[in-house]
Design a binder for this molecule. Structure first.
Ligand code: ZN
Length: 507
């Protein structure tokens, strides 16, 4: 699909579907752009009493009687003006795109507007993301795809004075949404087709095309490096674990992003119930998002140094597998008593975070489908956020609001660390049912060294669509690719950051 930004009169546009956006109104919906008289006449009968109320995501096709240039007007509801947000833009335009495809449009035209505080380039980016992501399908395993043809061209009509900025925004949004699709693909892939080594190969290939370097550490090396978490979790599977280290150098400060890459989580010896166990292929969503983030940041050529670290393992029971009662030692010398082998994510992240700390970056962020407890706490409407730094947490929350990938912060008070005290080791890997998402984060915090600003994002409720997931036009069933757009936005905000993080002085 091609996105093109043009400046033209809407009347002169030759296109299959022309989207016309409206706000809900007390009497009749109100168009967001000034429409030429000829178009007004064509669509007027459908508005208000004609059935079109401009509710968020409502799409009504109207076929003009006269004009032959435009095959169809798609009246599109943005909802009420007071609730307007970039998320409303994404939701609405995703539905419009799906409708345009249903009626067989090969080309779509979208008028670009600006509604303070949102600028035309921001609206452009949201429209491009929504359309690109609404058409995502994971159908590579289907021998016959019966989904019909997708539109080939999307024209965005912007005012001449902002056209160049909108053009740049459209290009960036196309890069970011392609990266989100990669994250969805890697997460959706069955574990048998993406064991740890294969994931490393894919990361290496993506890096060669997009412009970042990849180093892969295999099990023997990890053992020598004292990474007992990754080695022990991975030893139950005949597919050995690896640590993938990706580096992009755009100059500037160093950021490390860590992603949990459990390609399949059976629970290990602490075997999970079989119901919905197939969903445990999604336990690599954090890793997928980090690989995709590397791709996006390298292609956008952001002026940062970004290091992506992915511990990739398969958690299976076998006679070699890690057992409850075992005590293991991590990269930073700390030990943990294993209570449940199903709490394996924190064990592999522990080594990765200790290793990341050695690089003394400005910030460490980790993304992990870590705990079912996080889904109990927040449902599927927000990812859990945990941080040792208020300003970092604030910056991430802001990025989440802008991208519609909401974060909700949970506390990390000292009291919670009591729950993971062990009689025989430095800590245990489970702190009981109470506050399970927080005690998991507390476990991780033991491995962030030197007061480095760190944030842990638990995406167990947001990484794939579940029963209670909100319906989003641009998120079809399966993996969502959560975290990619969020962290691109975060890194962009970091480039503009003037104030250093308070704990920088200590590191
Ligand atoms: Zn597990």
């Amino acid at each position: 699909m091609k996105f093109e930004v043009i400046s033209t009169n809407l009347e002169g546009v030759r296109v299959d579907s022309l989207i016309i956006q409206f706000f809900e109104g007390a009497e009749v919906p109100e168009a967001v752009v000034t429409l030429p008289e000829s178009i007004k006449e064509e669509i007027e009968p459908s508005i208000g009493t004609g059935g079109f109320k401009a509710k968020l995501g409502q799409v009504l096709p109207v076929y003009p009687k006269s004009a032959d240039a435009i095959r169809c007007f798609l009246l599109l509801g943005l909802g009420s003006r007071k609730d307007f947000s970039l998320e409303a833009v994404r939701q609405a335009h995703g539905y419009a795109a799906i409708r345009a495809k249903e009626i067989g449009s090969k080309s779509i035209t979208v008028p670009i507007f600006s509604i303070p505080p949102y600028t035309a380039p921001e609206i452009t980016a949201s429209v491009v993301e929504a359309i690109n992501l609404a058409f995502y399908r994971f159908d590579r395993y289907k021998s016959k795809v019966e989904d019909g043809k997708y539109p080939e061209l999307v024209r965005l009509v912007a005012d001449p004075d902002v056209r160049n900025m909108c053009d740049a925004a459209a290009n960036e949004a196309a890069i970011v949404s392609e990266a989100v699709k990669l994250a969805r693909d890697l997460t959706n892939m069955p574990s048998s087709d993406i064991p740890p080594k294969k994931m490393a190969e894919i990361a290496t290939e993506v890096g060669m095309v997009s412009g970042f370097s990849t180093k892969v550490l295999e099990a023997e090396v990890l053992e020598r490096m004292g990474m007992g978490g990754i080695v022990n979790v991975g030893k139950g599977s005949s597919n050995p674990p690896v640590l993938i280290i990706m580096k992009y150098d755009g100059g500037g400060d160093t950021y490390v992003v860590v992603g949990k890459g459990v390609v399949f989580d059976s629970g290990g010896i602490s075997l999970k119930p079989s119901e919905k166990m197939e969903e445990m292929k999604y336990d690599k969503a954090g890793a997928a998002a980090v690989i995709a983030l590397m791709k996006a940041v390298a292609e956008l050529k952001l002026p940062v140094r970004l290091i992506g670290i992915v511990p990739a393992v398969e958690n299976l029971p076998s006679s070699n597998a890690l057992k409850p009662g075992d005590i293991i030692r991590f990269r930073n010398g700390k030990t943990a008593e294993i209570i449940s082998t199903d709490a394996e994510g924190r064990l592999i992240l522990a080594d990765a975070l200790a290793y990341a700390s050695e690089m003394r970056p400005k910030v460490i962020v980790d993304l992990a489908t870590l705990t079912g407890a996080c889904v109990i706490a927040l449902g599927t409407h927000a990812s859990g956020l945990f941080s040792n730094n208020d300003e970092l947490a604030e910056a991430l929350i802001k990025a989440g609001e802008k991208t519609g990938e909401r974060l909700w912060r949970l506390p990390l008070w000292k009291d919670y660390f009591e729950q993971i005290k062990s009689d025989v080791a430095d800590m245990k890997n489970v702190g009981g049912r109470a506050a399970g998402a927080i005690t998991a984060a507390a476990f991780l915090m033991n491995f962030v060294e030197g007061n480095i600003p760190w944030a842990h994002i638990d995406i167990a409720g947001t990484a794939w669509t579940q029963e209670s997931s909100p319906e989003k036009s641009y998120i079809p069933k399966g993996a969502t690719g959560v975290g990619v757009r969020l962290l691109v936005e975060f890194l962009k905000s970091e480039i503009k950051r003037v104030k250093p993080y308070p704990s920088d002085a200590n590191t």
